[in-house]
Design a protein around this ligand. Structure first.
Ligand code: PLP
Length: 343
């Protein structure tokens, strides 16, 4: 059964595995004080085109979100997120377990905007309520949409006017930046957000996320926060080697481009079959709406998430392509779409 369930079904790109093998017997410092981690951080700073950011390598998305958000906030402060945001629905209360409420904001497309944030700020007026302080966004979003530069500029300006921290979860930043609709580059991000992470796990690494802290006041003691929450890995080299390989040349972007290309082929075929989508998603996640009876048939051959019910007899499913998705498998899946007419 072929899986379109997620972008972490496969292991890692062979170049990453080779790099791990080639460096296997070299002795190095622990806890991120090794030459591979230093090299990865230098490469990332070059790509971001900023030397004044702090970069930390962590192992997973939930871990990065909870350590960053809890480090950035004071005890009474809260985060704000789209109601679809990953930290709200899919992280088992990890942020809340650090003592910080997440305020949920309804959106049409998974993207926050100043007016939604203003409503949340206006509803929190005094010390009997939590103080909204951090804006959590992800790019691409949980439902596959991506932020335009102008949208991030509006969010940045609103956050500056209201003394808020703007934090971007980049678990799928590769796919967002390589989207056919994207107008952002890595080097724009420090001018737009206070901190963001570059996701490796969902883009060809075994594991790993690179957190970039841009605002000076958020940088202090971050390694203490990592260590206290179990994220300062003795074998930090494993993360350094992977990010060095991903950013030594264009590998990170090539892998995301492949994932998007596979999604593009699927999108076009679904559109041609007259299928509607839950959301406009120009990235590697698609949410086609299909008859439930047809979904049941597809499930016999393919693995994917049934995302949400749309009507009495239709649901949106989530199809995710990855750096490793095989074009032949996409072609086979598209053939199944011919059977849709029967439903
Ligand atoms: C946008 C986003 N953030 C964070 C995560 C959490 O990552 P992890 O499963 O590595 O903790 C995911 C995982 O799917 C995600 O999609």
């Amino acid at each position: 059964m072929y899986s379109f369930k997620n972008d972490y079904s496969e292991g890692a790109h062979p170049r990453i595995l080779n790099a791990l093998i080639e460096t296997n017997f070299e002795q190095e410092g622990g806890y991120g004080e090794d030459r591979y981690t230093r090299n990865a951080i230098e490469l990332l700073k070059e790509k971001i085109d900023r030397t004044d950011v702090d970069i930390h390598l962590l192992s997973g998305g939930t871990q990065t979100n909870l350590i960053a958000i809890s480090a950035f906030l004071r005890p009474h402060e809260a985060a704000m997120a789209a109601s679809t945001g990953h930290i709200l629905g899919h992280e088992t209360g990890a942020i809340e377990a650090t003592g910080h409420k997440i305020l949920s904001i309804e959106t049409d497309d998974g993207k926050l905007n100043p007016s939604g944030l203003k409503e949340a700020l206006d509803a929190h007026t005094d010390e009997h309520m939590v103080k909204p302080k951090l804006v959590y966004i992800s790019n691409s979003t949980e439902i596959g949409s991506i932020y335009k530069k102008s949208e991030l500029e509006q969010l940045r300006d609103f956050c500056r006017e209201n003394n808020l921290i703007l934090y971007m979860d980049g678990a799928r930043l590769g796919s967002a930046l390589c989207s056919y609709e994207n107008d952002l580059s890595l080097s724009d991000l420090p001018n737009l957000v206070d901190a963001f992470y570059i996701g490796g796990t969902k883009n060809g690494a075994l594991i790993g996320e690179a957190l970039v802290i841009c605002r000076d006041s958020l940088k202090e003691d971050f390694r203490y926060h990592m260590k206290q929450k179990g994220a300062l890995l003795a074998k930090g080299r494993l993360l350094g080697i992977q990010f060095s390989e991903l950013f030594r040349d264009n590998l990170f972007f090539d892998l995301a481009t492949h994932a998007n290309k596979m999604a593009g082929i699927l999108r076009k075929a679904l559109e041609e079959a007259g299928v509607q989508f839950l959301t406009h998603s120009p990235s590697n996640q698609l949410f086609p709406i299909l008859p439930d009876a047809f979904i049941a048939e597809l499930e016999k051959k393919y693995a994917f998430h049934v995302w949400e019910k749309v009507s009495e007899d239709t649901s949106a499913i989530r199809l995710v392509t990855s750096w490793a998705t095989k074009e032949d498998e996409v072609t086979e899946f598209i053939k199944e779409m011919n059977k849709l007419k029967g439903y």
